[in-house]
Write a protein that binds this ligand. Structure first.
Ligand code: ZN
Length: 109
């Protein structure tokens, strides 16, 4: 489980891109998705996350290393595309699976 903090309010949440239960902010563009990814225990230690959370909660802006942002940059459109492709792939696999098991049952009758 990924420990993350909300980019907007600094509350803890599980997963970088899920919506925040405290302020309902959901990262949905390239910049907020990239920054949210950096604000997780995959890229920060607990001390760093705690101090970043405290900074956000007190209204101070968290400064992100431009080099890290560039390296981590998330293409939200590509993410949405690959999610859609996976959904289509899963439906196709399910249909093939159903057709296959239907054929086996038909053979037994
Ligand atoms: Zn929040």
């Amino acid at each position: 489980m990924t420990f993350a903090i909300c980019l907007k309010c600094g509350e803890a949440k599980h997963g970088a891109w899920i919506s925040c239960s405290a302020c309902s902010f959901t990262p949905d563009d390239d910049e907020s998705m990239t920054k949210s990814l950096i604000l997780t225990d995959h890229y920060q230690n607990v001390e760093a996350l705690t101090s970043m959370a405290a900074a956000i909660k007190s209204g101070r802006a968290v400064s992100f290393d431009p080099g890290l942002l560039k390296e981590m940059w998330v293409d939200s459109k590509a993410i949405n595309r690959s999610t859609r492709n996976c959904a289509v792939g899963c439906v196709v696999a399910a249909v093939i699976g159903l057709a296959g098991s239907g054929w086996i049952i038909w053979r037994w009758l």
